[in-house]
Write a protein that binds this ligand. Structure first.
Ligand code: AMP
Ligand code: MG
Length: 490
């Protein structure tokens, strides 16, 4: 069955140092793990066709579909603060772009599809564990309503990849608004290629920030736009307890989507200093540092765009600083608005931030589960405070906070009717708990058992709905299953 994907490859059409043409390297015995039917529908791709032998061949990189123009994209990046002028897609190949049913342009990329000119010493491959992790967590983020790249499919390759041990290989088909990163701009800026920089900026404006085109200074408007979206994005992470883990500038998409799920994880017990990534020894990318790091990355973006902002360098710097100065406000506004919704507050009063901070401090002091504390506030409103109190080592600490919260609620103009339900629509019950993710990966990698992966995907597709039979998936790990470290596995 011929695979029909209506490609229209605007990035491949750019002429310049943006990318390198390359074909995926075939694999020996591909096997389908999953096809994301809902996403295939959005993309106007026939999901059934992807499950055929021809579809599998495409998802494995064994055949290139008509209309694809495979490329590896070039980018640079600050990794843990250190700049590398050339990174690029070392294990990913962009097949092309489609315009989806809603009119949005989306990249379709194979991750783990063999070496490219950017592979350096890497093998261009991905192991099954990290592929499943990205599949699970990116789709969970999407279900939570957080901007993210998506997973269209995953396949095993039948080949082994050598990491610390030999592991089963796999390929993720990733869908993104684009794969253009802060590091993509840094790559061109570091080469001093102002013409290419302008081409890229114009491409990003047309593709992601069309309103900026009409601004008096479109490049300033572009920076403003990225700052606003990234501030909103990191606020959303903070509001669900998500820790990205590797917020390098090459892992920061200018579209405002979450990208490059490596050692990412959701917190169980609330502790703002939480770090999961085994390679993040200094805690640079700890939960509480994420807004500051986002700002830092945006400074790198603005620096890269200085040559476009104004002919006069001092004016450019002033423009960049003015744009960057807006970040803290954007972030705090988004975070506080999100927290108000989580607490059931529809109006804004001056002491709300203190109310939020008091709860968070109390949660930290009492090892309260981040997700369940917020979720069970709804039950407390419905008359059963026990599930919320039970999250706290000292339940009376919760009682004291809840007293202040109830007083604050009396200042809301509307009645309580509907409040608990509205809160359940913003406070998820189900997040991808690390111990569940690890168990799903372990079953797949060691026993070729994908049932736990499928069960997890099922429950995470409806994170806000009570799924009484699946309640166990909402629970934090028992003491012996707690996950303290996560790994990139690249
Ligand atoms: P990451 O931080 O994992 O997104 O990757 C950083 C850089 O390393 C990117 O340029 C990747 O393309 C590259 N890379 C990671 N793993 C591999 C691999 N197995 N083979 C080749 N390049 C890789
Ligand atoms: Mg990356």
């Amino acid at each position: 069955m011929a695979i029909h994907i209506p490609f229209d490859n605007s990035y491949a059409r750019l002429r310049g140092p943006f990318h390198d043409r390359v074909l995926p390297t075939p694999v020996s015995a591909p096997h389908l793990i999953a096809v994301n039917r809902a996403l295939a529908y959005e993309l106007a791709i026939d999901a059934d066709s992807l499950t055929t032998a021809d579809g599998l061949a495409v998802l494995a990189g064994n055949s290139v579909p008509v209309g694809a123009e495979p490329i590896a994209t070039a980018y640079a990046g600050h990794q843990f603060g250190n700049f590398t002028p050339q990174l690029g897609d070392g294990r990913a190949i962009l097949l092309g772009e489609v315009v989806d049913r809603s009119g949005a342009r989306r990249d379709i990329q194979l991750k783990g599809s063999g070496p490219t000119v950017f592979s350096r010493r890497g093998d261009g491959r991905a192991a099954l564990g990290p592929v499943l992790r990205e599949y699970i967590i990116s789709e969970a983020m999407a279900a939570l309503g957080i901007p993210t790249t998506r997973a269209l499919a995953a396949v095993t390759t039948g080949d082994r990849v050598q990491r610390e041990t030999a592991l089963p290989g796999a390929i993720l088909t990733r869908v993104a608004a684009s794969h253009i990163r802060v590091g993509t701009f840094q790559f061109l800026a570091a080469r001093g290629d102002v013409e290419a920089l302008r081409q890229l900026a114009d491409h990003v404006i047309a593709r992601h920030y069309p309103d900026a085109a009409g601004a008096s200074n479109p490049y300033r408007a572009l920076i403003d736009g990225v700052i606003a979206r990234q501030a909103d994005l990191v606020a959303r992470w903070m509001l669900v307890g998500f820790i990205h883990g590797v917020m390098n500038t090459d892992n920061s998409a200018v579209s405002g989507e979450t990208i490059d799920y490596g050692p990412c994880a959701f917190m169980d017990a609330y502790d703002p200093a939480t770090v999961f990534s085994s390679i993040d020894r200094q805690g640079r990318y700890a939960y509480q540092n994420q807004p500051g790091i986002t700002h830092w990355n945006l400074v790198r973006l603005a620096e890269s765009l200085l040559p476009l902002l104004d002919a006069d360098q001092q004016t450019s710097i002033a423009q960049a600083n003015a744009a960057l100065g807006a970040f803290p406000d954007y972030y705090e506004t988004a975070f506080l608005a999100g927290m108000r919704s989580k607490l059931g507050l529809m109006t804004a009063l001056p002491n709300d931030l203190a109310l939020v901070q008091n709860l968070l401090d109390c949660m930290a002091a009492n090892s309260a589960d981040f997700t369940l504390t917020f979720r069970h506030l709804s039950d407390a409103l419905d008359g059963d405070a026990t599930p919320a109190r039970d999250q706290f080592i000292d339940p009376q600490a919760f009682d004291r906070w809840a007293e202040a919260w109830r007083v604050r609620l009396t200042e809301e103009p509307q009645h309580d009717a509907g409040r608990a339900g509205a809160m359940r629509r913003v406070n998820p019950l189900f997040i991808p708990r690390n111990h569940r993710v690890e168990a799903a990966i372990e079953a797949a990698v060691t026993r070729q058992d994908f049932a736990p992966f499928e069960a997890l995907m099922q429950v995470l597709s409806r994170p806000f709905d009570d799924q009484p039979k699946l309640r166990a998936f909402a629970e934090p790990p028992p003491a012996d299953q707690r996950v303290f470290q996560t790994f990139c596995g690249t």
